[in-house]
Design a protein around this ligand. Structure first.
Ligand code: SF4
Ligand code: SF4
Length: 604
């Protein structure tokens, strides 16, 4: 049966069709829709399965992996930087293995379109010594889920599926199973202390040797089942292209465009590779070009004098693949001397500047505006964190962004390094649950003095508006957690009158002056894109600017920066009625000449 599916839809359906019934993960682009789609399929098909977001990737990994130890078919989902967080259990799980199936799905982001770093999770799989599958298309993504389940069960090892953004978010007509009957395995934990808790060195050493035997057996399987049939179709000649994932499509198209004849071998499983058997094939070719992204995973395993790729600068060393990079590589190898088929054509039209910006009516804007008004830019350091509130960088209300939870630990560091300044850290609710709690405990017991503002909009807003823990049933409370960590904690319920928010932060500044450790402000907000709650908060108070009052001081457009604010031909500020959502927040404080007023016409 054929269905038009996005890569992440295909992975979710592949999981259901492979009878995976435990899925746990943490959102992050480009992986987020995988678990969301499993949840949708669960509801649509009324399936009895576990599909839940975890507080971070490590927790998600461990929940799912326990299921696989107990014999179930389980999967954990995350993005590439999330694997850094889950790397601790991954390294141990690679030694211990599993009874059922454990599929670790990690979506990479070559070209860092929505990530801090580029990273290649195939290299992480190689580091951990677990097999990794690299889909090239949504069809592959669907098919490779069941292949990963088979490999994981056959060899009793965690198995990684590593799609990249262009697979996760591409659409394709995919051939899928028809009339699948969902029939997951029952879990039954088998007590075996020497396997599941191999603490003494002797036990771990044995597991280490078993892991090496396992990876060697998977190499053999990779050759016999997946690679040998590909080489059997090869003819030999000037060029052999070795590739995996999206590299296959780019290489195939570029060779066709440039009219170059070459054999292409696509590795479904780029680690572990039977390197010697592959090298035996090299005698039939003058050059071997490895086309892969974003790092040299295949190339490192099969190094030889006639192998070219990222390691010898024949291919691009950073950034996602483009056909021009392949053309450049072929030119360097002397295999292409023609014209540039992929010239970049300069775009002549003027593109409107669209800096990152918080949404119209977003409460974060008022909070950042108030923090800066009270604590002052020159007198303070503003560490922040990963989430939509990072967009306040446009208000210059953020000084640092590193990784999940780092705003809190960096606030500790800044408070020690530069105690003359106020340190005001900001973090979202989901990020606080993810990585903000341990550094807060650290700051409390070591008495690091800073203000931590937890922007609680009760949603994981940047990745799909999933519900975070405090919203599920009210049993988790951020204020109690911060208090439980030992921090002096205050709560503020956001009001759209900026005077109220400024007053709250003035109070926080007074507390800061007398504090001997961190103080926490939990600001209860909402998200303007959250349809379940937005109606309770936005009451249709639209704004307009009285032209005669506007002196074009730029304060509203450079410091407050709500997207509807712009200049008209007279150089006065105007509100774009199409963008204004009627939150009324700009009506007080923002304009020194009080040029903002209620647009009675629209507010009726
Ligand atoms: S803050 Fe007031 S006076 Fe200044 S540019 Fe904006 S509307 Fe005009
Ligand atoms: S009322 Fe003011 S702050 Fe609210 S969305 Fe409109 S322009 Fe922005």
């Amino acid at each position: 049966m054929k269905q038009t599916l996005m890569g992440n839809d295909a992975i979710a359906l592949g999981m259901i069709h492979s009878n995976i019934d435990m899925v746990s993960g943490y959102p992050g682009t480009p992986s987020s829709e995988i678990l969301t789609n499993v949840q949708k399929l669960k509801a649509q098909l009324k399936l009895d399965l576990y599909a839940q977001w975890a507080t971070n990737e490590k927790v998600g990994f461990e929940v799912a992996y326990a299921g696989a130890i107990a014999g179930r078919r389980a999967a954990a989902t995350m993005k590439q930087v999330g694997l850094n967080v889950a790397s601790d259990p991954l390294m141990s799980a690679a030694y211990i293995g599993n009874l059922g199936a454990f599929v670790l799905i990690v979506a990479d982001d070559p070209g860092f379109h929505s990530s801090q770093t580029e990273q290649d999770s195939r290299v992480f799989a190689k580091f951990a010594k677990i097999p990794v599958l690299d889909p090239a298309t949504p069809q592959d993504a669907y098919d490779f889920v069941s292949l990963a389940v088979d490999i994981s069960e056959k060899f009793q090892t965690p198995t990684m599926l590593r799609p990249v953004m262009r697979v996760c978010h591409a659409r394709q007509i995919v051939e899928v199973k028809e009339n699948h009957e969902f029939n997951p395995k029952k879990g039954k934990f088998q007590r075996e202390i020497s396997r599941w808790a191999a603490v003494p060195r002797a036990g771990r050493l044995r597991q280490g040797y078993e892991m090496i035997d396992r990876i060697n057996a998977i190499k053999e399987y990779n050759w016999e089942e997946l690679i040998k049939p590909e080489f059997e179709a090869c003819k030999g000649g000037k060029l052999l292209v070795l590739t995996s994932g999206t590299g296959y499509g780019f290489a195939k198209e570029a060779l066709e465009d440039l009219g170059i004849k070459a054999d292409i071998v696509k590795f479904k499983m780029p680690y572990p590779l039977p390197e010697n058997k592959i090298r035996e094939q090299f005698a039939n070719y003058e050059h071997i070009l490895v086309v892969e992204e974003p790092m040299a995973c295949i190339e490192e395993q099969i190094m030889a004098s006639n192998v070219h790729g990222r390691l010898d600068n024949t291919m691009n060393v950073i950034d996602e693949l483009q056909k021009i990079y392949i053309q450049d590589a072929l030119t360097k190898l002397g295999l292409y001397k023609g014209e540039n088929l992929y010239p970049s054509i300069p775009f002549k039209d003027e593109i409107p500047a669209r800096p990152p910006n918080l949404c119209p009516g977003c409460p974060h804007r008022d909070v950042y505006y108030s923090i800066m008004k009270v604590f002052k830019k020159k007198k303070s350091i503003y560490p922040s964190d990963i989430g939509c509130y990072t967009l306040a960088i446009n208000q210059e209300a953020i000084d640092t962004v590193l990784c999940m939870g780092a705003s809190v630990s960096m606030a500790s560091g800044f408070s020690i390094a530069d105690p003359e300044k106020y340190t005001v850290a900001t973090i979202g609710d989901s990020t606080f649950f993810h990585g903000g709690i341990p550094p807060l405990i650290n700051a409390v017991y070591q008495k690091h003095k800073f203000l931590l503002v937890i922007l609680d909009n009760s949603v994981v807003a940047m990745t799909g508006r999933q519900k975070p823990p405090q919203r599920q049933n009210g049993e988790v409370d951020i204020v109690k957690i911060a208090e439980g960590c030992g921090a002096e904690t205050y709560e503020y319920v956001y009001s759209n009158d900026l005077n109220d928010t400024i007053s709250f932060f003035k109070k926080m500044k007074e507390k800061y002056e007398n504090a001997t450790g961190p103080i926490v402000a939990v600001v209860r907000e909402f998200c303007v894109l959250d349809k379940e709650v937005v109606g309770q908060h936005i009451h249709g108070e639209f704004a307009k600017v009285i032209a005669e009052e506007c002196v074009a001081c730029d304060h509203c457009t450079t410091i407050y920066k709500c997207p509807p604010m712009g200049y008209n031909e007279e150089g006065k500020v105007e509100i774009d009625p199409f963008l204004c959502i009627g939150c009324g927040s700009c009506l007080n404080v923002v304009c020194p000449t009080e040029a903002f007023t209620v647009d009675e016409e629209r507010s009726k």
